[in-house]
Design a protein around this ligand. Structure first.
Ligand code: GLN
Ligand code: ZN
Length: 785
């Protein structure tokens, strides 16, 4: 029999540091203000601090503390450890092979792969499952050489001692998340390189063992998703093969395989056929195992551990400990003596901030409902103590927890009858506008736009003056009057610049917004915002999600003063700018005590009111951004219909009251429109802008094939780069669009907002964009004569 997995644990912990120490250390290194040695010292300090902290919170058993620190990203860590770099990073691979893992040279090489250099593009960046974290996408080809080159994890395991459990992305997930390297033959699948990557894993595990690790964790979240092009049976067979192979060595650490981000009971059965010592399941986004499964596992997992991810790694709400404890005791009873039951988090805690105790500005009652990473560790430790010592041992914690949940349930802001009545009264009709042809005619009349109209996505450069004014106002150093005056003068500047450039539909520039979601969260009731609640988005980038805790209302109009002012300055159409319900939810921590469809409708209704007020202020074009609509797409395709029903429904509730002559735009950031083209069609916006320039308009065939009949603005300027595309380049992209679609459907705009760009490149590019659009109009009017 193996040693039981520690009864209390967590799958992973935030890596950025309570004060974002890692972010600042990275950025200093990148800007040559700190040496590689200094960066490595900060990293080691962070590892030690978190290990001490976790041990003081009660994770004291060998293997109970995850060692998942990463300088940039956990997937990149493996790319570097295995030398599985694409051809263009051959020099970096050489450096990784020649130098110590955390040496300044190795760190610099790793960051070059992560961030690109000159015309060598970085590895792609994409969402980690349905979270807001982004990982770097490995590029694997038939010739990629997997060779263990060393990893920071090893030295860390050595210095931190047996308490820590090194965490690795498992081989199945690693390969499923990879894309085929450039030049790979048609039909090549990185997944087929499993037998080549396993020896590299074995070499790494060997070193971890030598460093003293008693447990190693393999994260296999890919198993909970069915969105792979590879049949399930094949994936499960590979899973069986991988962990049988990895378990071959007699002298090895014990293994925990984690099935986080959803449920995958079939994968548990497969893993039970391999020698792994512990299996983790997610009972939060996944589900609690049924009795029948438990009785099966009581046999198949005999002598091993089932680790229950009962504490959410995704949200910031205190768990219902009473309910979780009851379920845990059921699991324990059904599994019987032979299987050890442990408590953990559903996913790594990398998606939540460090410590809610620091949010001293929050209303204490609301704060008492919240659990950030450290509070979640305590919850896990508490439940584990209950499991080992009996319910009486945690009686006080259970009753305190029940009191907190009760206070939340009873809070008047959590259930507002006036709001519930409104959402209950919503009819299907509220989600429908007049038929599109009717709207189109009304809008053509109202707006009188030329063919191939030009516009932007909303934000203009956020200069340091703007940021300073906002910060000074927040600190109370700039009066509201002076702040409003400063913003208005910026709006005027943005309007005049657009008039001068010759754009058709203008925007106010969004200078007053710190962030497209937080801005609305600060103005709606039902939200709070935090001061220290940062979570890593990717690399050194962090976001500070707002917390949606109560029923949502809009005490007063939010954007009307700014957009109305902008409209008053010009004869051009000005586009009002709102963030859609799904994106507000995707980029906040959302309450889970009521269905998301109810939250979506509450947001839909307040945005609907905002749209009406904008119309009344003379704003005839209104954009409702939904860049996140694809992010929340469930990992299981069976859940997709329900998701699309409420997400599309809430957007349509927001926009469904708009007059026919009001042109409703929406914007989505990404380019793989193909996966959501149907949902976008159902949004029923008049104009949809998408990112398209980097992929050279690869989205067009999907749009054309779908028979999308409304207007579309495929981006012609990659705003992620400061480069100024020429008129010819933009013309080329426009003609691709007008070739693939009916030219009357096409708008000309950048890929996304311009807030991260400077004024110089913005003006230069927009001039080129306008010129290219004018040329295209000219060409089509002469050719049609
Ligand atoms: N309107 C927003 C902007 O221009 C849209 C940003 C986004 O799509 N992420 O900044
Ligand atoms: Zn965008």
């Amino acid at each position: 029999m193996s040693t039981p997995f520690p009864t209390a644990s967590i799958l992973g912990y935030p890596r950025i540091g309570g004060d974002r120490e890692l972010k600042f250390a990275l950025e200093k290194f990148w800007s040559h203000k700190a040496s590689g040695e200094e960066l490595a010292a900060t990293a080691q300090g962070l590892r030690e601090t978190r290990t001490r902290r976790l041990s003081s919170l009660g994770l004291t058993k060998p293997g109970s503390i995850p060692e998942d620190f990463s300088y940039y990203d956990q997937v990149l860590d493996l790319v570097c450890a295995f030398g599985a770099t694409p051809e263009r990073f051959a020099p970096e691979r050489e450096v990784l092979a020649q130098s110590e893992p955390e040496s300044p040279e190795a760190l610099a090489a790793q960051f070059t792969i992560a961030r690109g250099e000159g015309d060598r593009a970085a590895l792609g960046l994409t969402k980690w499952f349905d979270s807001n974290y982004h990982y770097l996408v490995p590029e694997i080809g038939p010739d990629t050489v997997f060779e263990y080159l060393g990893a920071p994890r090893v030295a860390a395991a050595k210095t931190l001692g047996e308490a820590v459990r090194p965490v690795l992305v498992g081989p199945i997930t690693f390969l499923l998340l990879s894309r085929a390297a450039e030049g790979a033959p048609e039909g090549f699948r990185p997944f087929d390189r499993l037998d080549d990557v396993l020896p590299a894993y074995l070499a790494l595990v060997d070193e971890l063992k030598a460093a003293g690790a008693q447990w190693v964790e393999f994260d296999e979240p890919a198993l909970v998703s069915d969105r792979w092009s590879i049949p399930r049976e094949e994936i499960l067979a590979a899973l069986r093969h991988a962990y049988t192979t990895l378990s071959k060595e007699a002298e090895r650490p014990q293994y925990l395989v984690a099935l986080s981000y959803g449920h995958a009971a079939d994968a548990v059965d497969v893993l039970a056929e391999t020698p792994v010592e512990a299996i983790h399941i997610d009972t939060v986004r996944g589900r609690w195992p049924e009795d029948e499964e438990l009785s099966r596992w009581s046999e198949s997992l005999r002598g091993r551990s089932l680790v229950i991810g009962a504490i959410s790694g995704r949200n910031i709400w205190r768990a219902d400990l009473g309910e979780a404890f009851e379920q845990l005791t059921r699991v324990q009873r059904r599994l019987g003596e032979g299987v050890h039951v442990s408590v953990s988090t559903s996913t790594s805690l990398q998606h939540v901030p460090h410590d809610v105790e620091r949010e001293t500005q929050l209303d204490p009652e609301i704060r008492s409902w919240l659990a950030f990473a450290d509070q979640k560790v305590t919850e896990s430790v508490t439940l584990a103590r209950g499991l080992s010592e009996g319910k009486e041992a945690i009686a006080r914690e259970l009753s305190d927890n029940a009191a907190v949940l009760e206070s939340r349930r009873r809070h008047p802001g959590v259930h507002r009858e006036d709001i519930r009545e409104k959402t209950a009264a919503v009819t299907d009709e509220d989600r429908h506008r007049a038929p599109y042809p009717e709207r189109l005619a009304a809008q053509e009349k109202a707006l009188g736009l030329p063919p191939l109209p030009t516009t932007t996505i909303g934000s203009f450069p956020q200069t340091s003056e703007i940021r300073q004014a906002r910060a000074a106002h927040r600190r109370g150093e700039l009066s509201t009057e002076d702040y409003v005056a400063a913003m208005k003068s910026e709006i005027e500047h943005v309007i005049r610049a657009q008039e001068e450039i010759g754009l058709d539909v203008l925007v106010h520039g969004e200078a007053e917004r710190n962030d497209m979601v937080q801005y609305f969260a600060e103005h709606f009731e039902g939200f709070v915002t935090t001061v220290h609640g940062w979570v890593q988005s990717y690399g050194s980038r962090c976001t500070r999600p707002s917390i949606l805790w109560g029923d949502v209302s809009r005490p007063e109009p939010v954007t009307v003063e700014w957009s109305g002012y902008a409209a008053s300055l010009t004869d051009h159409a000005v586009k009002g700018m709102l963030t859609g319900p799904v994106t507000i939810m995707a980029w906040s921590f959302v309450r889970e005590d009521i269905p998301w469809s109810e939250v979506g409708d509450q947001l839909g209704l307040v945005l609907r009111d905002e749209i009406r007020d904008l119309e009344n202020a003379g704003v005839g074009v209104i954009q409702v951004d939904e860049p996140a609509i694809r992010e929340l797409l469930p990992l299981r395709s069976t859940e997709e219909d329900e998701y699309l029903r409420w997400s599309v429904g809430s957007f349509r509730l927001a926009t469904g009251g708009a007059k026919s002559e009001t042109s409703i735009h929406t914007h989505l950031c990404y380019s793989d429109f193909a996966t959501v083209v149907d949902a976008i069609d159902r949004l029923d916006a008049d104009v949809t802008s998408v990112e398209a320039s980097r992929s050279k308009m690869a989205v067009l065939p999907a749009i054309a094939a779908h028979g999308f009949d409304r207007q579309i603005g495929p981006g012609v300027w990659d705003i992620h780069s400061p480069r100024v595309p020429s008129v010819e380049e933009i013309s080329g992209l426009i003609s691709r669009a007008t070739d693939a679609l009916d030219p009357r459907q096409v708008w000309v705009n950048p890929d996304c907002g311009l807030k991260t760009r400077g004024w110089e490149e913005t003006t230069a590019t927009l001039r080129n964009l306008v010129e290219a659009a004018h040329e295209a109009r000219q060409a089509s009017s002469t050719s049609s004569k």
